[in-house]
Ligand binder design. Structure first.
Ligand code: AMP
Length: 180
């Protein structure tokens, strides 16, 4: 905490604990991840707290080429959700991800998603937080569990460890109601 207090870049009154998902399936995956982490760590208003192990996954959800490396990042931020989204998009662009790809299921140099932003629930044109389908994506749940199995999904009111157990039992996923 003392280190955080000394940081000039964070406004302590508005700090949020936030979790990002990170993924890459193009080029030198390890390098893409470390470049993204370096850029994130240099952003005013962001302090990285913990980075999960990176997990190798086959491509899913219609993406055809290349294995993925997926991980999760825990950070403290004074940025608003939209500022954080813009920051993620700007890092994606800096690392070579092209714009205008949404929904095209292309390979990606880097993908940064806001998984949780404190306990906030946001549903706007630009942002859905918690990120969509966390509970149905092992490549998101496993890295989150690596950081904190007890982390609670603020809509489903279950820990990521519990959601992973549900994920492994498809019938319980079907019955999992969103407690909005
Ligand atoms: P993607 O192809 O996953 O990078 O999709 C990026 C788009 O998803 C962005 O332009 C955002 O407007 C939208 N989006 C909605 N919710 C989120 C979120 N929680 N984190 C990141 N992007 C989001």
């Amino acid at each position: 905490m003392s280190k955080i207090r000394k940081s000039k870049n964070l406004n302590l009154l508005t700090l949020k604990t936030t979790y990002l998902g990170i993924g890459t399936n193009k080029g030198d995956r390890e390098k893409n991840i470390s470049n993204a982490l370096k850029l994130l760590s240099h952003i005013k208003g962001i302090k990285l707290l913990k980075v999960s192990k990176m997990f190798k996954n086959p491509p899913q959800e219609g993406i055809k080429s290349g294995y993925f490396l997926n991980g999760a990042i825990k950070l403290l931020t004074s940025l608003t959700p939209l500022e954080l989204l813009k920051t993620c998009k700007s890092i994606e662009r800096k690392l070579g991800r092209k714009i205008g790809y949404r929904g095209k299921k292309r390979s990606r140099v880097i993908d940064l998603d806001i998984l949780f932003y404190g306990n906030e629930v946001i549903d706007t044109k630009e942002l859905t937080i918690p990120h969509l389908m966390i509970e149905k994506r092992n490549f998101v749940l496993i890295p989150l569990m690596d950081i904190n199995e007890e982390l609670i999904h603020p809509v489903l009111k279950k820990s990521v460890g519990e959601l992973y157990s549900d994920y492994l039992a498809p019938t319980s996923i079907k019955n999992c109601a969103r407690a909005v």
